[in-house]
Write a protein that binds this ligand. Structure first.
Ligand code: SF4
Length: 506
């Protein structure tokens, strides 16, 4: 299952002029630049952030800014309309770098009439603006955007009295829910939390500390019925003794039986690989694995808890096993771009796609209150290289991205978003044609997967694996080991946020 809807309804063969930063212009005038295409604008906003003009009425027109989960969704949800597909984006607005952004969100002087009632609203063709535009203040270019409205169910309460938006939030068109207690890496006098993360400051503060299965089911039913949600994504942090995967089991079972939706599981990987068979039998449709950095020095220094308790190979084993179990395009490897050396990020994309998974690439965001709050946001030109590489790697490896209906993830540049960066040659045209065909052929399959159905498997952790579990075959990929020569971390701006430096200053 891919992370986004296929960019299939747009005109075939559309080509875009790449941005011409620094092209010649008369002295004293701003540099001449081409108009950005939607994919380029998405990357610009992730990297540079967005300021808010006083003409904006976000309380009335937009979704509330939600500092939940790891904090990467703590920006403003917006949609960039496009001819190939609309792009969903959680634009940074609160961080320091966003205050210096050349991009400003404002109400268009004579914008089209508000159109705010489209549930889900993820697919191509839904490209109207609702009276807002993003303006590059130095160049004067304006880009129409749409603010998705706050769903009515956000402020309703579950039967146990918990406000639904404290149970889960829309991050694009899917429902994201953090389950379980705050990540154990945040505990103790010398926490081992991942340096970019703020989960330990959000769970129990901005979102409910405990989310019962009933709370999750009621919230998911509301999100499905009123917002057209097709996909519920469960994640959590580290829990002793085995990472914590087991706690997701009753949620998965209940979502399949009582809601009827695609369910993604993004938990700390387990070394008991047969548990992925158990989760498949419970109904999990997707597993994702956040290993964040391909370079082992960056992994060790910036993810000290993961390094001590798991190590990169635990992630690789679980990703390769789950990808073999669920099939091509069903699992993802999640990484952060803009911190480790660019070649390592490109290697991560090559590795993930080579094992049949799709990459979910977060552009690094120096989230407020994170240890890495002062780390610079990456440059857009480098991120365009990353995202084009992501598209090309998915194409080369035949990853069926975008087949699942209405899944647009606003925290990342979806693999399908990168269609706007594609070269536009014959191989791109052929890949897009195949993606459209796969999405069309898979419609019936996904319709059945989104119907509530009984699940025979128990959500109680099995005492022993069943004989047919744990049989998926994979051989460790040789691309695991391809990394930059040692020493890259100490030379990088991330070095001052390394594990020892951070613990010494606490
Ligand atoms: S594992 Fe890392 S990213 Fe996930 S919640 Fe814990 S500290 Fe945050």
């Amino acid at each position: 299952m891919g992370a986004g809807a296929a960019g299939g309804a747009g005109p075939a063969g559309v080509r875009y002029t790449p941005i011409l930063l620094g092209a010649s212009s008369p002295p004293g005038r701003p540099p001449v630049t081409a108009r950005l295409n939607p994919g380029e604008l998405e990357i610009e906003l992730f990297c540079r952030g967005l300021r808010l003009d006083p003409s904006c009425s976000l309380d009335e027109d937009g979704r509330p800014i939600a500092r939940t989960r790891a904090g990467l969704g703590s920006g403003l949800e917006l949609v960039i309309p496009g001819p190939l597909k609309d792009l969903w984006l959680n634009a940074p607005v609160a961080e320091k770098f966003a205050q210096a952004s050349p991009y400003v969100l404002r109400r268009a002087a004579a914008g089209p009439a508000l159109s705010r009632s489209r549930p889900g609203a993820g697919g191509p063709g839904n490209s109207e603006s609702n009276g807002y535009e993003v303006v590059h203040e130095h160049e004067g270019r304006a880009y129409p955007v749409r603010l998705p409205p706050e769903p009515a169910w956000y402020r309703r309460k579950t039967s146990s009295g918990v406000e639904m938006m404290r149970v889960g939030v829309l991050q694009g068109t899917y429902l994201g829910i953090y389950i379980g207690p705050p990540c154990t890496y945040w505990r103790g006098r010398e926490p081992e939390n991942c340096k970019f993360c703020t989960t330990g400051r959000n769970v129990g503060v901005n979102e409910a500390l405990k989310k019962s299965v009933e709370d999750v089911v009621e919230t998911a039913l509301a999100a499905k019925g009123e917002s057209g949600v097709t996909f519920v994504h469960l994640n959590s942090g580290y829990m002793e003794p085995d990472g914590g995967l087991d706690i997701a089991a009753p949620y998965v079972k209940a979502l399949k039986e009582r809601v009827g939706c695609l369910v993604g599981v993004q938990m700390i990987p387990t070394r008991q690989l047969w548990k992925y068979d158990w989760f498949r039998d419970l109904g999990a449709d997707h597993f994702s694995f956040c290993y964040e950095f391909h370079n082992p020095e960056f992994f060790a220094q910036l993810l000290p808890g993961k390094e001590r308790t798991l190590g990169r190979d635990t992630y690789f084993d679980a990703l390769e096993y789950a990808a073999a179990l669920l099939g091509k395009g069903a699992c993802s490897g999640e990484i952060i771009a803009g911190v480790e050396p660019l070649p390592d990020t490109l290697r991560a994309i090559d590795y993930i796609t080579s094992v049949g998974a799709f990459p979910t690439v977060c552009i690094f965001r120096p989230v407020i209150d994170a240890d890495m709050e002062e780390h610079p946001s990456p440059g857009p030109s480098e991120m365009r290289v990353v995202m084009k590489h992501m598209w090309d790697a998915c194409r080369r490896n035949g990853i069926p991205i975008g087949a699942a209906p209405n899944i647009e993830v606003s925290l990342i540049v979806n693999p399908t978003d990168a269609v706007y960066l594609a070269g536009g040659g014959l191989s791109d045209w052929w890949y897009r044609a195949k993606l459209r065909a796969v999405a069309w052929l898979a419609r019936g399959h996904f319709r059945r997967m989104r119907a509530p159905r009984p699940v025979a498997e128990s959500a109680e952790t099995p005492a022993t694996p069943r004989p047919h579990w744990g049989q998926a075959r994979f051989s460790p990929s040789p691309l695991r080991a391809a990394v930059s020569p040692p020493g890259a971390f100490e030379r990088s701006p991330a070095a001052r946020f390394g594990a020892r430096a951070a613990s010494a200053t606490r």
